[in-house]
Design a protein around this ligand. Structure first.
Ligand code: MN
Length: 438
C-alpha cells in the first residue's frame, strides 16, 4: 500500500503555470508517465511525465537530476522506448523518482530555468504505447455489468455461481492494443441471426465499447510462485484508461464454451498516461462485501484490502458522431461510473491471477472489465445502456444509436476528487470507428 506523503500536499504549486489551473488533469500531485516524441520528428521514443499542458522529457534533465542512486537508476531506465525497464525496478525506485520530480517541478525550484528546456507542449508530441505489453488479461470485476449482461443472456440466472467466489477473466490479445487515437476498422465475423439455420460472414452490426481501467504490472513473479494478496500491489505500477472494443453479435455466437475470441481481439485502446499507485494514494477506500455475500477465500482477503483496497476513480464515456464533428458539437457524455463499485479489487485480481503460479511480467496489462454502477446513467457499455439494442438512445444531435456507427469517436476519461486533496486526472483514451473493409 502506498502512503500519502509530501508529494500529495494540496498546497503544492508548480513553476509550470498550467499545472496550477484548478481543472487540470496533471497538477504537480499527479505526475503520470507516458512514452512520447515530438510529433512527426522521428526522434527516439522516450519516457516523460505530464505537468499541466507539458511533458517533461525525463532524458533531458541533465545536471538538474539529483545525485541519488535510486533516482539516477530510475532516470536511466526512462531513456528506453517503453516503460518496461522502469516497471521492473519496483516501488522504492518509483517513490524516489516521484519525490525528486515533485521537488524539481515545485514552485521555487532552483532548477526551474534549466528544466524549462526539457518541457515540450503535449499538443506537439505523439504518444506510443506506454509499455511493451507481453500479455493482456481482461477481468470482469463489475457485478453490475455482469448482472446486466447476464440478464440479457440468461434471464433465469443472470449471475453464474462462480462470480462471487473468484475474479472472472479471459486471456486477451496484446498485439492489437494501441494508444489513444486508434482508428478501429469495423470487424467482419460470423454472425448467427436469431432463428437462422446457418451463420453468415459479415461486418458486425453490434459494435460496442467497454469503459475499463488498465492495470500496468511492475516487477513480475517467478513461474510457480504465487503473489500473496498482501504483496500484490508491490507488483502494480499504475493505471490507465482502457476501451475493450467488442462486437456483440460475433461474441454471442462464438463465446461458448471458451469465452471471447474474435469479438474482442481486433482492437483495444488505452490512454497514453499511466497514473501511478503513488499518485492514487489519497483516493483509497475500504473494500467490503454486502453481509449476505460470501466472504472471499483467505487468499483473496486481508486486513489491508478491507481497510483501503478499493480506489475511487470517476470514469466517463463520451461519444462524438461524424455529424456532430461536422456541426462543431462537442462529445456527448453517455455514462459515468466509479471504480469503487467494482466487486473485486486490483490486489484480488493479481492474487487470483498468480494463485496457480502463473508468472506476470513487467509490462503485462490487466483490464478491470467494464465498470458499470448500480444506477441508470452508469452503464459502461451500449449493450447495457440500450438493453441489448432494444432501447435506442437519442443523442443531442437527434441521431439514434443502439450500437456504434461508422465515424463515431468514443472518448474515455477518468479522474479522482476528494476534499483536502488536489484533483488528478487520466487524460483520455479516444478511438474512432472506420467502415468495414469492402
Ligand atoms: Mn472487457
Amino acid at each position: 500500500m502506498r502512503d500519502i506523503d509530501a508529494t500529495h500536499d494540496p498546497q503544492l504549486l508548480s513553476w509550470v503555470d498550467s499545472a496550477n489551473q484548478p481543472g487540470s488533469d496533471f497538477p504537480l500531485q499527479n505526475l503520470p508517465f507516458a512514452v512520447f516524441r515530438r510529433a512527426g520528428s522521428g526522434e527516439p521514443l522516450r519516457c516523460g511525465v505530464a505537468i499541466g499542458e507539458e511533458v517533461l522529457d525525463l532524458t533531458a534533465l541533465g545536471a538538474a537530476a539529483p545525485r541519488e542512486d535510486l533516482v539516477l537508476t530510475a532516470l536511466a531506465a526512462c531513456a528506453a522506448p517503453a516503460l518496461n525497464p522502469l516497471l521492473a525496478l519496483g516501488p522504492p525506485a518509483w517513490r524516489a523518482l516521484r519525490r525528486a520530480l515533485s521537488q524539481l517541478l515545485s514552485a521555487g525550484s532552483p532548477h526551474a530555468a534549466r528544466l524549462a528546456a526539457a518541457l515540450i507542449p503535449q499538443s506537439q508530441v505523439e504518444f506510443a504505447l506506454p509499455a511493451h505489453i507481453g500479455d493482456y488479461t481482461d477481468f470482469y470485476t463489475s457485478i453490475h455489468h455482469a448482472t446486466a449482461v447476464g440478464r440479457l443472456l440468461r434471464p433465469e440466472q443472470p449471475l453464474l455461481p462462480n462470480y462471487k467466489w473468484l475474479p472472472i477473466a479471459y486471456h486477451g490479445r496484446a498485439s492489437s492494443i494501441a494508444v489513444s487515437g486508434q482508428r478501429v476498422r469495423r470487424p467482419h465475423g460470423q454472425l448467427m441471426a436469431r432463428g437462422a439455420q446457418r451463420p453468415v460472414l459479415a461486418p458486425t452490426a453490434r459494435l460496442d465499447y467497454e469503459l475499463e481501467l488498465g492495470v500496468l504490472i511492475g516487477p513480475g513473479n517467478s513461474c510457480g510462485e504465487p503473489v500473496p494478496i498482501e504483496r500484490a500491489e508491490e507488483h502494480v505500477f499504475g493505471l490507465c484508461l482502457l476501451n475493450d472494443w467488442s462486437a456483440r453479435d460475433i461474441q454471442a455466437w462464438e463465446y461458448q464454451p471458451l469465452g471471447p475470441f474474435l469479438a474482442k481481439n481486433f482492437a483495444t485502446t488505452i490512454s497514453p498516461w499511466v497514473v501511478t499507485l503513488e499518485a492514487l494514494a489519497p483516493f483509497r477506500a475500504p473494500w467490503g462485501r454486502a453481509p449476505q455475500d460470501p466472504a472471499p477465500l483467505p487468499y483473496l482477503d486481508g486486513a489491508a484490502l478491507r481497510a483501503a483496497g478499493a480506489l475511487e476513480i470517476e470514469l466517463e464515456v463520451a461519444l462524438q458522431s461524424a455529424a456532430m464533428r461536422e456541426r462543431g458539437l462537442p462529445p456527448e457524455r453517455l455514462a459515468q461510473s466509479n471504480f469503487r463499485d467494482s466487486y473485486w479489487s486490483i490486489a484480488q485480481m493479481l492474487a487470483h491471477h498468480t494463485v496457480n503460479g502463473c508468472n506476470l511480467k513487467p509490462g503485462d496489462l490487466l483490464g478491470t472489465g467494464t465498470q458499470s454502477g448500480p444506477h441508470s446513467g452508469q452503464c459502461g457499455s451500449l449493450l447495457e445502456m440500450t438493453a441489448g439494442g432494444a432501447r435506442p438512445l437519442t443523442l443531442q444531435s437527434g441521431e439514434q444509436r443502439t450500437f456504434l456507427a461508422d465515424g463515431d469517436r468514443v472518448i474515455l476519461r477518468g479522474w479522482c476528487e476528494r476534499p483536502g486533496f488536489r484533483r488528478i486526472g487520466f487524460g483520455e483514451a479516444a478511438g474512432t470507428v472506420l467502415p468495414a473493409a469492402p
